[in-house]
Design a binder for this molecule. Structure first.
Ligand SMILES: Nc1ncnc2c1ncn2[C@@H]1O[C@H](COP(=O)(O)OP(=O)(O)OP(=O)(O)O)[C@@H](O)[C@H]1O
Length: 757
């Protein structure tokens, strides 16, 4: 065993040296039998070794390129590759006339010793070749592999047997082991070709340096070895014959028959490998088929699931779209209801705002005697030392301390109406210096609290636009115009003035199509435009105010919204109108151009009052055409449009005349709407009063007054201030009358008193 290990190590070392460390990485220096077998199993080292010694012996070495390509189970493919290599190696060895081994010797259970012998033989061959003795080896050995040479490797024949059978030099070496010391090496000629000359030379070589007395002993020893070898050979021959019989090769027993056996076994091995390979591929195909089936059924399952999911999604989508359309209906309904509420609150709303005393002009007396939630009382004049007071009622009265935010609260809901497609007009009315610009824009030095209704309304507009981003797409644009001396000017046009026409027949709600209309995306955009417009506005000094506006300025914000679901387009606009000072001409102490300006202003303000009053009274005819101002705003005054007017009162006692005229103007505009507002609040009461008035009318029509005794316990003179009934003392005389004759005067349906008896 020790000897075998030594020889194996020798073989391994020689292979490692020959093929190099890289190629021989799988072969240890001192491998165990198993390591040796596994290291050489793929034939690569062997093929490379023989190719190094005799280039081209194995024309194509099947290399294993990466470990990952070697299946762990030693699959057929790799085995086939190994087989190729090992087969080619063995064939190469046969061609070189070297002893070979069985392919199965590289498998478990094979005879590793034969592989070791084969490698060592190759080593000897290499060394001989190196020493230039190849010819000796060649000529002395198996010259050319032939069938007879091939048959030297027989199935199951131990390698060494074949070797000894083929190489008589080995016999000589073995037989004369002591002679190795005489300089004999394994490259002696094989026995088959030994001639008498060569025997003589051999003998001479052996005995040349021997003493004569040593020769007989030497000859004896040699002869006994020869005999021994002869006997061994004979025995081998018998074994061989038995093997051949056993393998049914026939009784010929010649080498060619053995060669056939060997060829058969190779074919069988190839066939076996091919079968394994085929079986493996068959199995793989079956696996793949079953995989395909699994995948197919998976896909079917997936398809089914997918169509189910799709159907479910479809249902969900239908529900959602149904809900969405319902939601849109609700939104629409909400929008309508919201604006109906605005309608109920009055389409025309009038607010009164009292300016505080200006800094440095604080007075101990004020023209304003009292302010309640909705009523303002003015100190009109002193009659015989007594103060006379006059009260006016509005939607709301704001005192001098009211903040800008409080003033905005009531108009805030109207901003939403603009985005819902309604038109809104916001007016600032009052004498010069009463605070119109302050209400609309704010003080000269703007702070956040000081922001006027313009800015607040625009901020809200853009905020609501952003909130509705998912449902509506809004386009917002701005026009800014001035009406000066009954001429419309474009305040966003900085060049020379051009005369602008007002067209009320336009479909898109643009009354002055020739005026610049600038798209805006934020409040600051609008503010920039307003500043530009303000620069262009005609501002002129008067005796009343050094910054008196002698023209009406109108900022119009056009809003066009498209419902992203229904595609419906809504158009609305908001007019922010800072009216020119309303002071009477005579007080302005103006003449010439200033007088002309004042007359135009007064005329247009009166026309505005007329229009609003006739709208409030629901007259059939509304005199829009009496001024440019009312023409410009025609679409936004009346119908479903909302009008909001802030009338401004200066508290200074010397402004009382203007204040009263302002309040009368506002009262005229507000009265009917306020009546309507009361109707909503106190509907039953007003209805009853109206019924009573109808009875009164009927009583008057019958003129006898005898059958009716109309009584009323109501006393609400401020509810229907447009109806005044004059109450006369009863006429004398009619019998049976408890309370005398009733004489009623109705002046244009105005009730002076609602208490009758
Ligand atoms: N509610 C208020 N609180 C404090 N200051 C006010 C208020 N209203 C007006 N003012 C101040 O009174 C002055 C005159 O106001 P404003 O310019 O707004 O009047 P106007 O009616 O617009 O005048 P005009 O017709 O000349 O434009 C300004 O200095 C303004 O800041």
């Amino acid at each position: 065993i020790h000897d075998l290990a030594v020889r194996r190590n020798e073989a391994a070392n020689w292979l490692r040296r020959t093929v190099g460390v890289v190629c021989a990485k799988n072969l240890a220096e001192e491998p165990s039998e198993e390591e040796f077998r596994v290291g050489l199993r793929n034939g690569i080292i062997l093929c490379n070794a023989v190719n190094k010694i005799q280039p081209g012996t194995v024309p194509k070495v099947v290399e294993v390129h990466s470990v990952s390509t070697i299946p762990s189970d030693g699959s057929a493919l790799c085995a086939y590759q190994y087989f190729e290599n090992v087969r080619n190696f063995l064939t190469g060895l046969q061609d070189l006339g070297l002893p070979t081994f069985e392919v199965s010797d590289l498998e478990k259970g094979g005879q590793g010793v034969r592989v070791v012998d084969c490698v060592l033989a190759l080593k000897s061959f290499a060394e001989t070749k190196k020493l230039g003795k190849q010819s000796l080896f060649k000529h002395g050995g198996i010259v050319k592999p032939s069938m007879s040479a091939k048959c030297s490797v027989r199935k199951n024949e131990p390698f060494m047997k074949a070797m000894t059978r083929s190489h008589s030099a080995e016999l000589l070496r073995d037989g004369v082991s002591p002679e190795q010391t005489l300089g004999l090496d394994c490259s002696l000629e094989p026995a088959e070709t030994i001639t008498s000359d060569s025997i003589r030379m051999l003998v001479q070589t052996i005995i040349s340096d021997k003493k004569p007395e040593e020769v007989p002993l030497l000859v004896e020893s040699l002869l006994s070895k020869v005999i021994h070898e002869f006997e061994r050979r004979m025995a081998n021959q018998n074994d061989l014959m038995d093997d051949e019989d056993h393998n049914s090769v026939g009784s010929t027993g010649d080498v060619s028959a053995a060669g056939l056996v060997n060829g058969d076994s190779v074919a069988k091995e190839i066939q076996a490998m091919a079968d394994i390979h085929f079986e493996l591929q068959k199995k793989q195909i079956q696996d793949m088929k079953s995989n395909i089936c699994t995948v197919k059924s998976g896909i079917e399952q997936f398809k089914l699931q997918y169509s189910e999911d799709l159907a479910k999604l479809g249902n969900h989508l239908r529900t959602i779209s149904h809900a969405a359309s319902g939601y849109h209906k609700v939104l629409e309904e909400n929008r309508k209801l919201y604006n109906q509420i605005q309608d109920l609150r009055g389409n025309i709303r009038v607010y009164c705002r009292v300016r505080p005393f200006l800094p440095g002009k604080v007075s101990s007396s004020s023209s304003v005697a009292g302010i309640e939630d909705r009523t303002i009382t003015l100190m009109t004049s002193s009659k015989q030392g007594k103060d006379a007071r006059k009260s006016f009622t509005f939607n709301r009265v704001f005192g001098p301390l009211a903040t800008q935010a409080e003033v905005f609260v009531d108009m805030q809901p109207l901003v939403r109406s603009v985005l819902d497609g309604y038109n809104v007009c916001i007016f600032a009315y009052g004498q010069t210096g009463s605070g119109k610009t302050f209400t609309m824009s704010g003080p000269k030095i703007l702070t956040e609290e000081g922001l006027g209704v313009n800015y607040r309304a625009l901020n809200d507009l853009f905020d609501i636009q952003a909130q509705r981003r998912d449902t509506f797409c809004y386009e917002i644009s701005v026009q800014m115009m001035e009406i000066y001396n009954e001429q419309v000017r474009d305040l966003l046009h900085s060049g020379p003035n051009k005369k602008l026409e007002i067209r009320n027949s336009s479909q898109n709600g643009i009354a002055v199509p020739d005026a610049n209309r600038v798209p805006v995306a934020s409040t600051s955009d609008v503010v920039d435009l307003m500043n530009l417009g303000q620069k262009n506005r005609a501002v002129c000094s008067t005796a009343m105010n050094d910054r008196s506006s002698r023209s009406h300025s109108c900022v119009t914000v056009h809003v066009q919204g498209r419902d992203l679901t229904s595609g419906t387009v809504l158009r609305g606009c908001m007019h922010l109108v800072d009216l020119a000072g309303s002071e009477r001409v005579d007080k302005s102490e103006v003449v010439g151009d200033r007088l002309k300006e004042a007359q135009h202003i007064n005329k247009s303000l009166a026309a505005l009052g007329d229009v609003i009053a006739s709208l409030a009274q629901k007259n059939a005819h509304v005199p829009y055409r009496n001024s440019k101002l009312t023409q410009l705003l025609q679409d936004s005054l009346g119908g479903q449009a909302k009008t909001l007017m802030f009338v401004h009162i200066a508290p200074e006692p010397d402004a009382i005349g203007e204040s009263i005229s302002t309040l009368k103007f506002a009262d005229r505009v507000a009265s009917v709407e306020l009546g309507a507002a009361k109707t909503n609040k106190e509907g039953g009461e007003v209805k009853e009063l109206k019924e009573q008035i109808a009875c009164l009318k009927a009583a008057l029509a019958s003129k006898d007054g005898e059958n009716e005794s109309i009584r009323s316990t109501h006393s609400s003179p401020d509810i229907l201030r447009d109806i005044r009934i004059s109450h006369a003392p009863p006429a004398s005389g009619h019998p049976g009358e408890e309370a005398g004759c009733l004489e009623v005067f109705i002046f244009q349906a105005e009730i002076h008193s609602t208490t009758f008896s």
